[in-house]
Design a binder for this molecule. Structure first.
Ligand code: AMP
Ligand code: MG
Length: 521
């Protein structure tokens, strides 16, 4: 197994002068060198051959002992020196001070096909940033991260990737619901892959300490290596950088809203500077369309990170990043105008995205009302978001409201909930919709194809992930494999997998792991 090693980050940015691996404050450094804990009996559960290919590894490499040892943290790859990142952040709206990679260890950077990647183990043991926690991860959360990161990629949502999922062979103690019932669970390690793991919180760390010199070094480094299209100098350079981060963050959020993904913990330390979905913890997928839903039990009270609030929170987080960069820019006005434009851009991009979901190519002013009415209707009774939009593509221009209704009826969780009032409202909307379709130039067949390319047929429903976890806990990894394969083609019809195009079963409605998750991963 041969990796093409590069170490720009550690070579160009300041290291922690201490290599003592105990929880502590780390000053004037972007990272601390740290060695992964040796797993007692690592076992490869699943690897993504596509991510392997991305970093220059063949299927034979992946099957090798070298791979098992390197990506479980058992041995250090030659000429590399693993490290944990220092960063800070706002958690649930409050300043949390230094956080950092408490259970993540970056192995190295690699280059393949002129692209560079950082390889990071999640769950490979404690670091100086572990605070009071143990630095490990459990099997259930690792399966969730591995499957979802790759599923998101195939859905076309910007995301960090996942190379491998391994058991460590060690046990980890967790209190899943923080209710005084800790239990031992299987420890696991995922290898994540991204251009870098730099977060908004990386910049906030130096800002909070008024460490302008290191803030500048980190920002200059990030722009030089990861934003090569920025050619401006001085203050302009930092503004262009902020504009770019704002754009990519906005695009990511639009994708989340398109597929019904709820991140669950949009703290500023979980916001990638590349606009990639990062840190798959208590995330979830909308089943019934409910903008007020969050899977995260830790956020049950305020629902800060609910589906419908994600665009606002991304903006809030961008304000925090802007605050940090202000230290380099010293002029609030241009930063504010970028932030102000976000809301306007969001409205426009959201409407465009929804038009695509509805198969509307021609822009009509009244589309905003059509979309608004629809999102109101979807909330009247429990309606499955994925099934609804997928089936909407089967509606034809000449369909009557009654015929159209038959095509989407299956997406309602309980048909008995449909009062006459609600039925009438649906019929009105469908009537309006088919008239609106008549103004489009494409054929019904063409539109169906276009709509099916943005409305997935298969997503990683919360109960699906949980079923694969239950089986894996008993040593059966076949479902992890099956879901991984299924979710590689989320927009395709896959008749063999039709059973996964179904509403959430009733048993999963209020089950831990399915609709209720915590940060205890
Ligand atoms: P999260 O909200 O999961 O992104 O985590 C917030 C912070 O807590 C980050 O600094 C993590 O590295 C840290 N953290 C979470 N879980 C653990 C753990 N099991 N051991 C050590 N640090 C952790
Ligand atoms: Mg995190």
């Amino acid at each position: 197994m041969k990796l093409h090693i590069q170490n720009n980050f550690t070579a160009e940015l300041p290291a922690d002068s201490s290599e003592i691996n105990t929880p502590r404050q780390v000053e004037k450094a972007c990272f601390s060198y740290v060695t992964p804990k040796q797993p007692s009996n690592p076992l490869l559960i699943h690897a993504s051959t596509e991510v392997g290919d991305l970093i220059g590894l063949s299927p034979e490499d992946i099957a090798s002992n070298d791979f098992l040892n390197t990506f479980s943290g058992k041995r250090i790859y030659p000429n590399t020196k693993p490290y944990a990142l220092a960063y800070a952040g706002h958690q649930f709206g409050n300043w949390a001070g230094q956080l950092g990679d408490g259970r993540a260890i970056n192995l190295t950077e690699v280059v393949h096909n002129n692209q560079s990647f950082t390889l990071q183990l999640k769950g490979a043991g404690p670091t100086p940033y572990s605070r009071t926690a143990d630095g490990f991860a459990v099997l259930r959360s690792s399966i969730r991260e591995h499957l979802c990161a790759e599923a998101m990629h195939y859905l076309g949502v910007p995301t960090t990737r996942s190379l491998s999922l391994m058991l460590s062979g060690d046990e980890v103690l967790r209190d899943i619901l923080y209710n005084g019932n800790p239990a031992y669970e299987k420890g696991a390690i995922v290898c994540r892959v991204a251009p870098s793991f730099i977060r908004f919180g990386s910049f906030e760390l130096f800002y909070a300490r008024n460490d302008r010199a290191n803030l500048k070094s980190l920002t200059d480094f990030t722009i030089k290596h990861h934003f090569p299209t920025i050619e401006s100098e001085g203050i302009e350079k930092y503004l262009d950088f902020f504009q770019e981060v704002t754009n990519t963050t906005l695009d990511m959020i639009i994708h989340w809203q398109r597929v019904g993904f709820v991140h669950g913990v949009m703290n500023t330390d979980n916001m990638s500077i590349h606009g990639l979905t990062i840190d798959y913890g208590p995330y979830g997928w909308l089943e019934d369309y409910n903008p007020n839903w969050t899977p995260n039990t830790t956020d049950r009270q305020n629902k800060r990170y609910r589906f419908g609030n994600q665009p606002e929170i991304a903006l809030w987080n961008l304000y925090k990043l802007a605050n940090a960069l202000y230290l380099l820019i010293n002029d609030a006005t241009p930063l504010e105008s970028i932030l102000n434009a976000y809301s306007v851009d969001y409205q426009k991009k959201y409407l465009d995205m929804m038009r695509n979901k509805l198969g509307l190519n021609i822009e009509k002013e009244e589309d905003a009302i059509l979309v608004e009415r629809l999102t109101e209707l979807l909330q009247l009774v429990e309606t499955d978001m994925t099934i609804f939009f997928r089936n909407l593509s089967t509606i034809k221009k000449q369909d009557t409201a009654e015929i159209a209704f038959e095509k989407i009826k299956i997406s309602f969780y309980n048909e008995k909930d449909l009062t006459e009032f609600i039925l009438n409202n649906w019929c009105n909307w469908l009537d309006y919709y088919s008239k609106r379709l008549q103004q489009e130039t494409v054929t019904d067949e063409e539109r169906k194809e276009e709509m099916n390319a943005v409305n997935p047929k298969y997503v990683l429903r919360n109960y699906m992930a949980q079923l694969s976890i239950d089986a894996a806990d008993k040593g059966d990894y076949s479902m992890v494999n099956e879901l991984f394969e299924l979710l590689k083609k989320p927009y395709h019809e896959q008749p063999d997998f039709e059973k996964w195009f179904a509403k959430r079963p009733d048993w999963a409605r209020d089950k831990v792991g399915c609709s209720m998750l915590s940060c205890s991963s």
